[in-house]
Each structure stands twice: as structure tokens, then as C-alpha cells.
Design a protein. Structure first.
Length: 400
């Protein structure tokens, strides 16, 4: 019979459950990233413009923008495990329903419903992980969680050429539905005292401070960058460099692949005392050069691989810093969910605005330099946000 630990005794970090939640996160990332992987095939079948492809990628995050904080409130009301499972189920049903889509409006509707499941999941999952880790393990646990998106993105980008060849874009939707359904089955039923501990009053006092809002802006800038580049770089490679769709997908997969060591390196630096704001600002400034390089490539030689790898590595440091900083801003366990919910709203804003705006600026693939300049402007905003975060989180000297 499962009993709660005696009062005063620290719970050991539940790495088994954290691993399962992470696997479920990878499934959710496959659900999100499949829009980018399927972009060329969907564009060809439905005769879409670049801006419409951008909306197909970003519409799933409309729910994240609108309901991020609401999802945090639901997590506090019904418990984190319940929201994780609910999110996975909504994603699965939405992806299965989209298999019947034959027009842009029906696909957009399906992606929007997927987004509802994503926001329920992505607000609850990191909060649940934070509650399962001891204080000394929490930075490492959140650093591992930060890998969910790049790992899922790598998987879908590498599998997409084969799946699209044999089953079209619908094969990606079917894979994503199978992944989230399997994750739903893997999520363990929480012990009664754990489910009770994951509930609590919805403490929004932390949102009265500036720092959580700065984290949301940082998350918006990060997601604007990642999803804009991830969506349109394959089209840039096929249109400007003349590579095949499968080769373009493989090349772009280098970015999320290199985000993984970037995540881990960011966690290592944080463990050795580097403050999160520095882990945001330094990569942002470095990526200014790399972004310009990405949209001025002349071939697919060594320079291309180096630019893609460098971009992914430095980009990967940023979400680790955000996820490490977020729990530090919560003075109570029930304050973590609204902070992370606000961050997810920032992520949703970045994804909602980034791909459509980038696609509109691209104007049919002839204005890639303008896209690079737009993304560079966002990186400047990210660096300024990091500097503001340093000021907002600076500890006041103890009064004597």
C-alpha cells in the first residue's frame, strides 16, 4: 500500500515518472512539429501560399496564447497528472480527425484543437516534473524536460521523407496520433497523496512581479525564432539552393539535433552558477551572426552544416535557462503553474506570430534577406529582455 513519506523526510526524485513525462513530451513535440515537416507536401496538395503554410504551423498555438494561464488554473484545480493525460487525449483525437481534412479550413480547425491539447499538456508537465524532483535535482530535471521539443522535432524531420513518400502528409498525422496515444497509456496513475499534492490554490501573486512577464517575452522570442526557421528553411533550401525536399528536411534536422547538446550544456552551466539571464543573452547575440549566415548560403557545403549546427546549439541553451528560472520565481508549489502557464502563453504568441509574419515577408520566396532581418530584430529584443531579467531578479543587499 502506497503511503506518503513521513513529515520532514524529503521525497527522493522520481526519475522513472520524470522519464515517462519526458517521453510524453516528445510525443507532443512530434504533434507540434509535424506541420513543418509536412509543409512542402501540404503546400503542393492544397496549393497554399507561404503565409498560409505559416498559419498551418502556428494556428495550433492559438490555444496556448489564449488559454496558457487558464490551463495553469485547471492544473491547480484537477491536479497535474489529470491535465497531462487530458492533453494527450485531446491531441490524439484531433490528429485522428484531421486525417479526413481536404481543405485549408478543416486542417486549420484540426490544428487548433491539437493546440488545446498541447497547452493542457505543456503547462502541467513541467510543473509535475518540478514537483517530482528534489531541490538539488530540479535544475537537472528541468534541463532534461527542455529537450522535449528538439528530440521530437528531430524524430519527425528524419522520419518525414519516408512517411510522406509512402503515405503523404497524412502519415505524419497518423504517427503523431499513435505517439500521443501510446504516451497516454504510459503515464502512470498517481498515488493518492501525490495527486492531492499536485492540487492547490491558484496562486497568482508571482504574476504581479515583472520577472515572469519577462520570461514570457523571452519564450515568445525563442519560439518565434525556432518555428519560423524550422518552417521556412526547408523551403529556402529547395527554392534557393535547389536541393530535394527530403535533403532539405535532413539538413534542417541538424538544428533540433544540435539543440539537444545545447540544452545539456546550458544545464551544466547553470549547475555551475551561471545565471539564467546570461544563458539567454549570450546565445541571442551569437545567433545574430548565425541567422544572417543561414539566409545567405550559396551551397550545401561545410559552411551550411556549421551554420545550422551553431544555430541549433546556441538556440538550445535558451529554453533550459527559461525552465530553470521559472520555478525559482515561485515561492510556493501552487505558484509554479501560473508562471509556467504565462510562459506557455508567451511561447504561443511567438509561434502564432512568427511563421505567418515570416511567410508574409518572404513574398513567395524572393525576400529571404528581409526574413533574416526580421529574425535578427527578434534576437535583439531577446537580448534586451535577458538584460531586463537580470535587473528584475537581482537580489537586494541585506540590510544591516
Amino acid at each position: 500500500m502506497n503511503q506518503p513519506p513521513p513529515p520532514g523526510s524529503p521525497n527522493p526524485t522520481d526519475w522513472r515518472t520524470i522519464t515517462i513525462i519526458f517521453i510524453a513530451g516528445v510525443a507532443a513535440a512530434i504533434m507540434l512539429a509535424k506541420g513543418s515537416a509536412a509543409a512542402p507536401a501540404v503546400r503542393q496538395e492544397l496549393h497554399l501560399e507561404l503565409a498560409q503554410i505559416g498559419w498551418l504551423m502556428s494556428i495550433s498555438n492559438l490555444a496556448t496564447l489564449l488559454f496558457g494561464t487558464v490551463a495553469g488554473q485547471l492544473s491547480a484545480r484537477f491536479g497535474l497528472p489529470s491535465m497531462v493525460k487530458a492533453g494527450l487525449m485531446v491531441m490524439t483525437l484531433a490528429a485522428l480527425g484531421s486525417l479526413l481534412a481536404d481543405s485549408l479550413p478543416t486542417m486549420l480547425t484540426g490544428r487548433a484543437v491539437e493546440g488545446l491539447g498541447v497547452v493542457l499538456f505543456t503547462v502541467a508537465a513541467p510543473s509535475w516534473i518540478a514537483s517530482l524532483a528534489r531541490d538539488e535535482d530540479r535544475a537537472m530535471a528541468m534541463g532534461v524536460w527542455a529537450l522535449w521539443m528538439p528530440v521530437g522535432s528531430v524524430i519527425i524531420m528524419l522520419l518525414s521523407p519516408i512517411l510522406i513518400t509512402y503515405g503523404g502528409w497524412r502519415a505524419l498525422w497518423l504517427l503523431s496520433a499513435a505517439a500521443t496515444a501510446l504516451a497516454w497509456l504510459l503515464i502512470p496513475r498517481p498515488k493518492p497523496f501525490e495527486q492531492q499534492n499536485s492540487r492547490g490554490a491558484y496562486d497568482i501573486t508571482a504574476l504581479r512581479r515583472l520577472a515572469p512577464w519577462l520570461l514570457a517575452i523571452a519564450f515568445a522570442c525563442f519560439s518565434f525564432q525556432f518555428f519560423s526557421v524550422f518552417t521556412f528553411l526547408p523551403l529556402y533550401f529547395t527554392g534557393q539552393l535547389g536541393v530535394t525536399e527530403s535533403a532539405a528536411a535532413t539538413l534542417v534536422a541538424i538544428i533540433p539535433l544540435m539543440i539537444i547538446p545545447g540544452n545539456l550544456f546550458g544545464g551544466l552551466l547553470a549547475k555551475h552558477g551561471v545565471p539564467p539571464w546570461q544563458l539567454i543573452m549570450v546565445p541571442a547575440l551569437t545567433m545574430l551572426l548565425l541567422t544572417q549566415a543561414l539566409f545567405n548560403l550559396g551551397d550545401t557545403g561545410a559552411t551550411t552544416y556549421a551554420a545550422l549546427a551553431g544555430y541549433g546549439f546556441f538556440l538550445g541553451i535558451i529554453p533550459t535557462a527559461i525552465f530553470i528560472q521559472a520555478p525559482k520565481l515561485a515561492k510556493t508549489a501552487s505558484a509554479a503553474a501560473p508562471i509556467i502557464g504565462l510562459g506557455m502563453s508567451g511561447q504561443g504568441l511567438g509561434i502564432l506570430l512568427g511563421p505567418p509574419l515570416t511567410g508574409w515577408i518572404a513574398e513567395g520566396g524572393s525576400q529571404w534577406q528581409a526574413c533574416a532581418n526580421l529574425l535578427s530584430t527578434v534576437l535583439v529584443l531577446l537580448a534586451l529582455t535577458a538584460l531586463s531579467l537580470a535587473i528584475a531578479t537581482r537580489k537586494k543587499p541585506a540590510s544591516t
